[in-house]
Design a binder for this molecule. Sequence first.
Ligand SMILES: [Zn+2]
Ligand SMILES: [Zn+2]
Length: 184
Amino acid sequence: MTEELYQRPTWDEYFLMIAKLAATRSTCLAFPVGAVIVKDRQVLATGYNGPPSGSSHCTSQGFCYPELSSCDASKVLPSRAVHAEANAIAQAAKHGISTNGSVIYVTLEPCIYCLKLVISAGIKEVFYETPFNSGEKAALRDMFIKEGLVILKQISISETIAKKAATSLLFPTSVAKSSKLEEE
Ligand SMILES: [Zn+2]
Ligand SMILES: [Zn+2]
């Protein structure tokens, strides 16, 4: 018990948890995605998916277009969302922060367009939770990997750390542990 109580997240778990928190701010209803750009274990920028800054939120107007039944219902109408990775890169650009030599944590494997953007932004490694690309898109992704342009790695958060984080969100975080131990 004590060991679990003092278990700290790994750096990968730490940044993936931040990406997951960023995803809670998503305003596109297709599915939430969060991203965090990291260099030397420091957060450079965060992003989540949603329409461009200033455009009305899917959550407030009823999906990407008011007449749709969901954000990804139409095969014709383009999604209004800027993807989480693109938003994180844009946030860095907006604030004059270099992304060169950084890594990115995302809750979803980058789509091929974001992956190209990630590579061109000088981001060297992608850590993602859920796979996304298949077929020809996966083949292009693998070609980029083979060319040594980017490294992709699927990661997850251990149950112990996830539970600890959930407890930390549900209850006040900064309370003395001694009193809690005495009760048990
Ligand atoms: Zn939408
Ligand atoms: Zn994308």
